[in-house]
Design a protein around this ligand. Structure first.
Ligand code: 13P
Ligand code: SF4
Length: 337
């Protein structure tokens, strides 16, 4: 980081409301390091007309300190399409920033670390999709947003974990088929197939965070904490989802906690989720397994600050690819039912 920042009285005043939210689990000493950076990021955002879209897996100092809009992949994509800001800083991974650029080609989209990838996005290329289409001609291709723009460009429609069932059913109806190609997450595809009458041809991709959870781990939570409510992300293997009380996107899990206010809950997903959600629900006891996404964790406050100061790293996409990818993403966003 190029600028020296100190914890002054002005910084304390500017951030005291934010600290009140996270005081339960960020010690004061640690906050003294975060607060000057948070204050400077929030000042620069206003000065430059920038907005920070932060995914639910960001660490609490980012999620609660500088995120203007927080949510799951679907909500962030919708917000990218809607925002009037000239600059979007994506506090998330690279495919999320690409999705924002696809939807807002005239805006400057910045990703604080180009190394913030995703094992799913890395598992498949545009050429792989072209081969799949040759092998299964006429079948619609449903592509998870956790992919590159090039892969989205080869697809008929995108989906997120928040709308995958709806997307698969709608596109199968539209194509008059009982089978779709659903890439690249083999577990999401199987979990969706189990909830619909639609058959899926999938790809050998998996999320390196969610594939590590096991059904035994969930049974152990139930033994250790009788009555615990288990929420799982649909990127988990099907046998893990089968052991859970509810499976849904990161936003759907948060809504579940808000709607049901369980006494004790465990979220079978990335580490930071429980920390972020616990702030809003002090009466719910969160058991916190920690499977960390190394890609998400490359996004830090100092990197976000650098991103705003130097306007880097700017996300660019070949306009021909972006145009074709936009059709798949917009088809998903515009889906009515
Ligand atoms: P959500 O769309 O549920 O937020 O998931 C994104 C993701 O990367 C999960 O690993
Ligand atoms: Fe990709 Fe998994 Fe990380 Fe989400 S948690 S960004 S799916 S590696």
């Amino acid at each position: 980081m190029g600028v020296e920042l100190a914890y002054t009285d002005a910084v304390a005043r500017a951030t005291e409301g934010l600290y009140a939210k996270v005081a339960g689990f960020i010690p004061k000493m640690e906050w003294h390091a975060y607060a000057p950076v948070i204050a400077e990021i929030n000042r620069l955002k206003r000065a430059k007309g920038a907005v920070i879209l932060a995914h639910n897996y960001m660490t609490p100092e980012i999620f609660h300190g500088v995120g203007d809009f927080v949510g799951d992949s679907l909500a962030l994509a919708r917000e990218a399409a809607r925002t009037d800001a000239k600059i979007i800083v994506q506090a998330g991974v690279h495919f999320m920033a690409e999705t924002s650029k696809i939807l807002s080609p005239d805006k400057t989209v910045l990703i604080p670390s180009t190394k913030a990838g995703c094992s799913l996005a890395a598992s498949i290329t545009g050429a792989d999709v072209r081969l799949l289409k040759q092998k299964y001609p006429g079948l619609p291709v449903v592509t998870y947003v956790n992919t590159s723009a090039e892969v989205k460009a080869e697809s008929d429609i995108c989906c997120t974990s928040g709308n995958a069932v709806r997307v698969v059913e709608a596109i199968a109806r539209e194509f008059g088929t009982d089978t779709v190609i659903m890439i690249p997450d083999k577990y999401l595809a199987r979990n969706v197939a189990a909830k619909t009458g639609v058959k899926v041809i999938t790809w050998e991709g998996a999320c390196e965070v969610h594939e590590r959870f096991t059904a035994q781990e969930i049974r152990d939570y139930r033994t250790a904490h009788p009555g615990i409510v288990v929420l799982a992300h649909p990127e988990c293997p099907p046998e893990v989802v089968a052991e859970a009380d509810f499976a849904g996107s990161t936003a759907a899990m948060i809504n579940y906690v808000g709607d049901h206010k369980p006494r004790r809950v465990v979220m079978i997903t990335e580490c930071s989720m429980s920390d972020n959600v616990a702030v809003e629900y002090p009466d719910v006891d969160f058991v916190r397994p920690c499977n960390l996404c190394p890609h998400m964790k490359r996004i830090t406050l100092p990197k976000i600050l650098d991103s705003l100061i130097y306007l880097r790293e700017e996300v660019t996409i070949d306009p021909m690819i972006a145009e074709r990818a936009r059709r798949s993403v917009e088809r998903m966003i515009n889906l009515k039912n």
